[in-house]
Ligand binder design. Structure first.
Ligand code: SF4
Length: 380
């Protein structure tokens, strides 16, 4: 059995509207009850339990898609089933990603009653024009109201913002950050708008209609958010994530620290370490295939053992996103060969990384150039 931290990811793939920048595994919600999907997820957790053996879960995360379209009894059934398959850490994080348009005091109180103790709220912006540009189905007033409701119900709340859309000024961005800071949420995520080829924004970019700011402006916006949110007492513990003490995302830290996670629901990814191997899995992508697969005892469409090189590259790519960085020793154990001392020296001289004992971390400048930094460390 692996000693890696363990969590459970539940993918709820339905969305009431498809946002033009989104490349997740999502499907338009057409009034499905989701009960057959809930049954399939519980069956799938049973298969995962056979693979993981007894483990203690530090997190259970409902992501999507839009899990705030779930009924509370569906979340409750999944939480109860997970608690039968695995032990729960006394301090387990049970989180749900919510859309402000779904804010409902009665429903969210039922979520809390079912065991959900953290809400990650997809605010994106408080500005009506920006939300319209991003194709969201909520406005600024709904965003502010949803955040206030979330903070009044859940002990841990993340306000998730997006920056870097075309035309955004530092002043606009500052207004969004200021509103999130004043809400009482203990966690803020500030994600940069990225344009993926297969999305509506990607197709627009191909026609010459760019929807995102250019690189220099984007770096200025990023640095501004980092400075402003840090100055308000939030620790910038990951490239895009800021937390007050005790408010870091325990589930995402399992990803960034290359822990193990059961990935259930359509298109969910999982990782499992054991017997010297690390296995990467993907579930069937469509809800129909996933439900049918789960009935036949096979919810996965991919399951492969990662090579030591791929495992080490993943450890580096995920771990260097964290301010705390990675363990140089663990990298060498995973990859079978140490990081090149001359590369470490060169990157240190350029003030892109720091090495303290066994800990290797990217400096704030290094985090702005993370992709290139990782390529150099991997010798690619
Ligand atoms: S609500 Fe979230 S998951 Fe759904 S389409 Fe929009 S960005 Fe993607």
């Amino acid at each position: 059995m692996s000693g890696a931290p363990f969590g459970i990811y539940v993918h709820w793939p339905y969305c009431s509207r498809i946002c033009p920048y989104c490349d997740f595994n999502i499907y338009k919600h057409k009034g499905e009850s989701g009960d057959d999907l809930t049954d399939a997820i519980i069956r799938d957790m049973g298969y995962w339990r056979e693979a993981t053996g007894p483990r203690t879960a530090k997190s259970l995360h409902f992501g999507g898609g839009t899990p705030s379209l779930m009924r509370a009894d569906q979340t409750e059934r999944i939480i109860e089933a997970a608690g039968k398959f695995w032990d729960f850490d006394p301090d387990i994080e049970i989180a749900l990603e919510a859309n402000p348009a779904d804010a409902d005091i009665a429903l969210w109180n039922l979520y809390a009653g079912a065991g959900i103790n953290r809400l990650s709220l997809g605010i994106q912006s408080f500005d009506d024009a920006v939300l319209k540009f991003l194709g969201r189905d909520h406005d600024g007033t709904q965003a502010a109201r949803a955040l206030d409701i979330a903070v009044s119900i859940f002990p841990r709340v993340s306000a998730d913002l997006i920056f870097g859309h075309k035309g955004q000024t530092l002043k606009d961005w500052e207004a969004d950050i200021r509103r999130a800071l004043s809400s009482g949420a203990g966690h803020i995520s500030a994600y940069q708008l990225t344009i993926e080829a297969q999305t509506a924004f990607g197709r627009a970019a191909k026609r010459g209609d760019d929807k995102a700011v250019d690189g220099d402006n984007s770096a200025a916006l990023y640095e501004h958010s980092r400075d402003m949110i840090s100055a308000a007492g939030f620790e910038p513990y990951e490239v895009s994530n800021f937390a007050k003490p005790g408010q870091q995302s325990r589930h995402n830290k399992i990803y960034w620290q290359s822990g193990d996670y059961a990935g259930v629901g359509p298109g969910a990814h999982g990782r499992l370490t054991g017997n010297g191997d690390r296995r990467a899995t993907v579930s069937h992508m469509t809800p129909a295939d996933y439900i049918a697969g789960s009935m036949g005892g096979m919810s996965l469409c991919e399951s492969e053992v990662l090579s030591p090189e791929d495992h080490a590259a993943e450890y580096l790519m995920m771990g260097l996103r964290l301010t705390a960085g990675i363990s140089i020793k663990r990298y060498a154990e995973i990859s079978g060969k140490p990081l090149a001392p001359q590369t470490l020296q060169g990157l240190g001289d350029m003030d892109l990384i720091t090495v303290h004992g066994d800990a290797l971390s990217a400096t704030p400048d290094g985090r702005l150039l993370l992709d290139s930094l990782i390529r150099q460390l991997l010798g690619a």
